[in-house]
Design a protein around this ligand. Structure first.
Ligand code: 4MI
Length: 402
């Protein structure tokens, strides 16, 4: 990247961060972005960008200056009509954000998840046992995608029929946070069908009498949220709960398949499963980027983001910023990754992170028990998405434990 200075003295990059070249491997661009300065202008989209941990972290916790209510994608809801009714959580600011958030925090909190723990651990063990009938398989498809689809839709309480729509819906949603490029074009053909199905699953009479979905409707009965809000809160679960965990799990499986010493460490100390997952979320950052919108002229690193403008926060770049992390490109179970911004930070920090960690723990503990070695067994393939760092295929070979 050659960065030049604009008249306002801001480093500028002409690179398209949503190009297939960058999506295939964003690490080079991320380093250039961080080194260019604390605030960079992206001329391709005429937006501002932050790649350093310090500024990304500061923006994430300053919701007053960096709003979400104008959308967390490139599209500015002040001027453009959103492709779907905005999320009451992700695409909202206080005070409107707070009641739905409080409801969901409780429903997805550590206390509520205790009921699911035993069942998910047993289910992961059954899945792993079955997959290990072969010593070579696709870890992205057979584990990372399979496990969330086995446990999460049941936990929400949606019917069996149509569940194959969940991943394509999420894929399009996360593409739609980016520019209207070929990835979005490809998804547009099915958007009405997929949205129609997802929205239909949010109705009270479609949802099971117990589960996260029923819990959300019960919150409406209590008056904690309105009956108009309830289906949109269910939609947030179906939007955010599948692709994210699928690609988070793929990230940690890829990490272990390429770091045999770390795998042996996990086998000796399976209580490291949760640290391993957070380290993988730091290392790969399944959610790479989100935008905010400036609510006023904001100073960042001595330069100004003008009122109303979009700022792209590179979570993935911040999570590998050598100014914050020692040896940032290493996947290392010895480090404390807990300050990573892969789940965001502040008011909007991932409300489903306890679910994600529980899924990861269940899968990793089952694997650690049953698998002695895991290595790549062929060419890996990335899945390109405007927001997600994702895997299409991770062929692995395992030696089962005796
Ligand atoms: C960070 S991923 C994500 C979070 C929330 C929603 C979608 C995606 C939503 O629709 O609320």
């Amino acid at each position: 990247m050659t960065t030049t200075l604009t008249p306002s003295d801001l480093p500028t990059s002409a690179v398209d961060p949503f190009s297939h070249e960058v999506l295939e491997d964003p690490t080079g661009f991320q380093a250039e972005l961080r080194d260019a300065g604390p605030l960079v202008h992206l001329s391709r989209y005429d937006v501002f960008a932050m790649g350093r941990y310090e500024q990304v972290h500061a923006a994430l916790i300053d919701w007053q200056s960096f709003q979400s209510g104008a959308g967390v994608g490139l599209s500015n809801f002040r001027f453009e009509k959103p492709w779907r009714p905005p999320s009451l959580l992700l695409e909202a600011d206080p005070p409107r954000h707070d009641a739905p958030r409080a409801v969901l925090s409780k429903i997805l909190g550590p206390l509520a998840l205790r009921k699911l723990r035993e069942h998910w651990m047993a289910d992961a063990d059954r899945l792993v046992a079955r997959v290990l009938a072969e010593t070579e398989f696709d870890a992205a498809r057979d584990l990372a995608a399979a496990f969330p689809l086995r446990v999460f839709p049941d936990a929400v309480g949606i019917p069996q029929e149509g569940r194959e729509n969940l991943l394509p819906y999420g894929d399009h949603l996360f593409n739609a946070f980016g520019p209207p490029n070929d990835l979005v074009e490809q998804g547009n053909g099915r958007v009405a069908e997929l949205s129609g199905w997802v929205n239909a699953q949010c109705a009270r009479d479609v949802l099971a009498p117990t589960g996260f979905g029923a819990d959300i409707w019960a919150a409406a009965d209590r008056g904690d949220i309105t009956f108009e809000q309830a289906p949109l809160v269910v939609r947030s679960l179906l939007s955010a709960g599948v692709d994210t965990t699928v690609h988070g799990l793929a990230a940690v499986l890829y990490a272990f398949a390429t770091h045999p010493d770390q795998w042996q460490r996990l086998r000796r100390e399976p209580t490291l499963a949760r640290v391993a997952f957070d380290e993988a979320v730091r290392w790969e950052s399944p959610v790479q980027t989100f935008f905010r919108t400036a609510t006023t002229d904001i100073e960042v690193g001595g330069k100004t983001v003008p009122d109303g403008r979009k700022i792209l926060m590179f979570l993935g770049a911040a999570n590998r910023d050598p100014r914050r992390w020692e040896n940032p490109d290493a996947f290392d179970l010895s480090r404390d990754p807990s300050a990573h911004v892969g789940f965001g930070m502040g008011l909007h920090q991932c409300v489903g992170q306890h679910i994600a960690r529980l899924e990861a723990e269940a899968l990793l503990v089952a694997l650690a028990r049953r698998v002695e070695t895991i290595e790549l067994a062929g060419a890996t393939r990335r899945h390109h998405n405007n927001t997600l760092r994702a895997w299409e295929s991770l062929p692995v070979r395992v030696r089962p434990a005796r």
